[in-house]
Design a protein around this ligand. Structure first.
Ligand code: UDX
Ligand code: ADP
Length: 461
């Protein structure tokens, strides 16, 4: 298609885990829209324009290669792209504040504000501005105020269109979503903007799956969806502690409970707790909102989801310590998996970060292996990783180890030759399966002492 024949120009500000995959899918599904992803990081944009994309996500490379240079572009020329755009997605990072009021809880809105100022400065034609980043409820107000302040008389219409993609399945979640949510002002111009976005999604999403709401419901729904998902994980993890105390088996309990169609089977895998860039941040955000509106009991309810998650990681480390004769000094521990979940190299808030730090405090030597997350693991443990080796080959990583600690359920770990691993480990050989991922009975028969989460251990000692 000729460059000038595009029916609309979309710009996405922020070329990260959300912006990149989302725009790759939109570009593939809407070849008559020009989609440009911009970022302040030159390095990131260069990576998006190369064969080594900056993030690992199944199916992403294929989607990028199909559209890049045709209707999908990556650029650092933010001002020019904003000026030319009809529709702007805001997909910059919204971390938790580490300073001042709300530190540790509230969202740090500095990147959003910078972005809003930049949009305002570079706009001389009306634009639809879409919140894609997770933001506190009523942030659209802030965007509205900034964009319409001062002399610039350009009209902006704000929409909220939260992403519900999970990492590792981002492309599938975008291409076959459970629902698409679009919040708008309940005004004629708000509805017109909303319909523009509905038009884009309805290229591949059935209309009954496109939910439209007011702006505030949309913003809140994103936080609530993540809070409910995280709450399920904390619920089953709390029960895993009870299972360990009573010899019940958490997998059996989850199965029995999940067969009730009102409860459902998904998201009931006990483990070392949730990680990732969303759950913790969104719950903290929800807690902060509740406190702001003086709903302290409700804030405490949601805070408990995080407490259980923290507690789960602590319990896991305590179990390792207790089992390995209460000392890890100079013991070698092979850590299998560092990413916060499989099929991603992302380690943001990964339980592995906390667990490895705790093991290092006990003076253990760690050899960490992960198919995609070693570069991030190195950054996460930078400065405290004197006793750490990062080894790609799991067989090498586990040579001479006293224990194997599985923290991410990569499918390739199930296919390993555990007899070979056992033969190369110190005895007694321990496996702590933080994700209940391996065949415990088989490992026990090989000779391992096996410690799953929320199930009786299988031991020879
Ligand atoms: C999540 C939401 O699922 C997604 O809808 C939203 O858009 C972004 O946040 P993500 O963080 O990428 O996605 O991954 P998710 O699959 O939800 O897993 C989050 C964490 O929960 C992982 O650490 C995972 O290991 C853990 N988890 C998940 C469990 O411990 N048990 C489970 O049963 C499911
Ligand atoms: P997410 O998981 O929300 O996508 P990431 O950290 O992966 O978060 O990506 C956010 C991206 O937004 C980063 O690449 C960052 O460089 C970019 N970014 C942050 N602030 C701005 C800004 N003011 N203008 C353009 N890009 C920005």
């Amino acid at each position: 298609m000729n460059k000038d024949q595009f029916i609309k120009k979309i710009v996405c500000i922020g070329a990260g885990y959300v912006g990149g995959p989302t725009m790759a899918v939109i570009a593939n599904k809407c070849p008559d829209y020009k989609v440009t992803v911009v970022d302040i990081s030159r390095k990131r944009i260069e990576a998006w324009n190369s064969s080594q994309l900056p993030i690992y996500e199944p199916g992403l490379r294929d989607r990028v290669e199909k559209a890049r240079g045709k209707n999908l572009f990556f650029s650092t020329d933010i001002d020019a792209e904003i000026a030319a755009a009809d529709i702007i997605f805001v997909s910059v990072n919204t971390p938790i504040k580490t300073f001042g009021e709300g530190a540790g809880k509230a969202v740090d809105l500095q990147f959003i504000e910078q972005t809003a100022q930049r949009i305002k400065k570079n706009s001389s034609s009306p634009k639809i501005v879409i919140e894609k980043s997770t933001l506190p409820v009523r942030s659209a107000d802030t965007l509205d105020t900034i964009l319409h302040s001062g002399k610039n008389s350009v009209r902006f219409e704000i929409l909220s269109n939260p992403e519900f993609m999970a990492e590792g399945t981002a492309i599938r979640d975008m291409e076959e979503p459970d629902r698409v949510l679009i919040g708008s002002h309940e005004t004629p111009s708000g509805h017109a903007a909303r319909d523009e976005l509905v038009k884009i999604y309805s290229r591949w999403v059935p209309e009954q799956k496109i939910i439209t709401t007011n702006l505030w419901s949309s913003e809140l729904s994103k936080l609530v969806a993540n809070a409910f998902l995280a709450q399920r994980i904390s619920s089953i993890n709390s029960i895993s502690a009870l299972c360990e105390a009573t010899e019940a088996d958490v997998t059996e309990v989850a199965r029995a409970v999940g067969c009730d169609s009102r409860i459902g089977k998904k998201f009931l895998n006990a483990g070392i707790g949730f990680g990732g860039s969303c759950f913790r941040k969104d719950i903290l955000n929800l807690v902060y909102l509740c406190e702001y509106y003086k709903l302290d009991d409700i804030a405490q309810f949601w805070q408990a989801v995080i407490l259980i998650n923290d507690n789960q990681m602590d319990r896991f480390v305590s179990r390792i310590l207790k089992t390995m004769f209460r000392t890890l000094v100079d013991k070698k521990i092979a850590v299998f998996g560092f990413a916060f979940k499989p099929d991603t190299g992302d380690t943001r808030n990964a339980p592995a970060i906390y667990i490895c730090k705790r093991l290092l405090e006990e003076k253990a030597h760690l050899s960490i292996t992960d198919p995609h997350a070693l570069p991030n693991a190195k950054k996460d443990l930078d400065g405290i990783d004197e006793g750490v080796k990062y080894i790609e080959d799991p067989y090498e990583a586990v040579k001479g180890a006293h224990a194997l600690v599985l923290l991410t359920e990569w499918s390739e770990y199930c296919g390993l030759d555990f007899q070979k691993i056992y033969d190369n480990m110190k005895k007694p050989a321990f496996i702590f399966d933080g994700r209940n991922h391996l065949n415990h009975r088989k490992l026990f028969e090989i000779g391992f002492n096996v410690y799953p989460v929320g199930k009786p251990s299988l031991t020879h000692i």
